[in-house]
Design a protein around this ligand. Sequence first.
Ligand SMILES: Nc1nc2c(ncn2[C@@H]2O[C@H](COP(=O)(O)OP(=O)(O)OP(=O)(O)O)[C@@H](O)[C@H]2O)c(=O)[nH]1
Ligand SMILES: [Mg+2]
Length: 356
Amino acid sequence: MRAALVGPTQSGKSSLLAAVAQAGGSHLDLHRPGQPHLAVVKVPDGRLTWLTEHYKPRKSTPAELELLDVPGLDLTDEAGRTHAKSHWPPLRTSDLLIFVVRSFAAESVAPYRGRIDPQADLRELLAEMNFADLEQATTRIERLQAALHKGGAKEKDQVKELELMQRLRQALEQERPVAQAAASAEEAKLLRSFAFLSPKPALVVLNCSEADVGAEGPAELCGLPCLQLSAEIEAELSQLPPQERGEFMADLGLKALARDRLLPLCVRRMERVTFLTVVGEECRAWTVPAGTDAVTAAGAIHSDIARGFIRAETVPFEDLRAAGDMKAARAAGEVRLEGKNYLIQDGDVIHFRFNV
Ligand SMILES: Nc1nc2c(ncn2[C@@H]2O[C@H](COP(=O)(O)OP(=O)(O)OP(=O)(O)O)[C@@H](O)[C@H]2O)c(=O)[nH]1
Ligand SMILES: [Mg+2]
């Protein structure tokens, strides 16, 4: 799971990355020559916390998420835009884009384009993603046309792909969703293989000034879910010992840290579900794409468990908590025996039975 922080210059991306990583005690890698900063962060999950307190295992392993901090995009001139393109590859390999725009004003931090307008900044970023896809599609169309001109054994496939790319280009020009260009599941798969930017799941962080901390902020910006927070305040909070954070947060009217608000939302936006396991001395949270079946989920743990799959003993976390423990949940008939084709639901606590 990988998410990338993307935004105009000086919007607060690096401050946010540092805050989220430090608050969770995660490693922050700022020295990756030629590559964006990276933090591998632990996704906070109250269900895992409950299981850990209940079972007291030696090890408690949360799901992890890679956060990339891409250098700010300066799209105000051609040189900036050319440079911005060098950042597309890490965005293409990300599963989620987090657009960071600012509404804070500070004399020492020059605003992008000389004005504070987060909505306009976001519109510009979205248009740039669309434009990057348009360029990619156009390049592909030109290559296919050149190849068709020469003829060859792959001609039939190339004609089909050309038609798809032309439909795609039309969709992008009309600002329609990329997925609409695909006429079949096969075409949808081919489109996905190009890792276009505009169809990626996304959310917005609105980096606000200190005065707005604790206020709700808009729920959406340009149709994307939006979290309002102050990267600077969060960075300060993350440097405090955890036991001292509560008082400061109460003063600021903050109910939760950026880390606790942002990371679970990232997982949801990536359309992934979390299941939990308690095996031996370890409680662990795993995430898989929504719609994953039990045998595939078992394979995410170990290929042997998928190969020797017998059944998945499954109980929804809330039912387990209500029952008090596994024994009581079993007695109440809450623990189901599911087969290979069962689709994993968010919050399932699963014990895989297998035989190899
Ligand atoms: N007042 C205020 N300043 C902030 C806030 N967030 C970041 N800053 C300051 O703004 C400057 C830029 O912050 P960064 O986190 O480096 O921004 P960035 O988006 O990573 O910048 P680039 O990578 O250069 O695009 C720093 O001096 C921060 O201290 C905020 O919420 N309030
Ligand atoms: Mg930065």
